[in-house]
Ligand binder design. Structure first.
Ligand code: PRP
Ligand code: GUN
Length: 179
């Protein structure tokens, strides 16, 4: 698995430190807690688990499953909802937790979809942001790291469902996905 990685972009330690900082920013904005964190499956599963444990607040957790990349390293441009929320979010403070904003297609779609359910507040927390690749206008409220335009894996992020379990974030060698 390690042989497929061109370069380690963010180490386990760097990610941990930044996740703790993001949790502090969220605690400052929502001192009374009672937040709903919505993890976006599958990529955000490790990030949302770590973020939730770093938050010293009352939080509940829900998940949506969406997919637009499938087995590819390029977006299909079509977001498919594979699992919807279990809870009603009307009148609640909600944070969408994502692993990455790339073209922005997934988050833009999700943001509008959830906004229509009338939460009291709706924020976006994403670990990684690739601003150079943006195709639609959407930004994170809490952003872990801005990264260059390269296809990254690890810490939840996959290529064809592999590499999610790497503890760090690495740039995938081009010959793996450009075959
Ligand atoms: O900004 P975008 O260009 O839309 O890309 C971001 C999305 O791509 C990945 O999801 P993917 O469709 O690969 O599903 P996964 O989370 O199950 O890996 C990632 O988890 C984001 O949801
Ligand atoms: N694994 C992975 N998924 C993505 N989805 C959008 N951009 C990326 C990326 O760089 N890596």
């Amino acid at each position: 698995m390690e042989g497929a990685i061109e370069k380690v972009l963010l180490t386990e330690e760097e990610i941990k430190k930044r996740v703790n900082e993001l949790a502090k920013e969220i605690e400052k904005d929502f001192p009374h807690g009672d937040l709903i964190l919505i993890g976006v499956l599958k990529g955000s599963v490790i990030f949302v688990s770590d973020l939730m444990r770093a938050l010293n607040l009352k939080v509940t957790m829900d998940f949506m499953a969406v997919s637009s990349y499938g087995m590819s390293s390029e977006t299909s441009g079509i977001v498919r909802i594979l699992k919807d929320l279990d809870f009603d979010i009307e009148g609640r403070d909600v944070i969408i937790v994502e692993d990455i904003i790339d073209t922005g297609t997934t988050l833009k779609y999700l943001y509008e979809y959830l906004k229509a359910r009338h939460p009291r507040t709706l924020k976006i927390c994403c670990l990684l942001d690739k601003p150079d690749r943006r195709r639609v206008n959407i930004e994170g409220d809490y952003v872990g790291f801005k990264i260059p335009d390269a296809f990254v894996v690890g810490y939840g992020l996959d290529y064809a469902e592999m590499f999610r379990n790497l503890p760090y974030i690495g740039i995938l060698k081009e010959d793996i996905y450009k075959k």
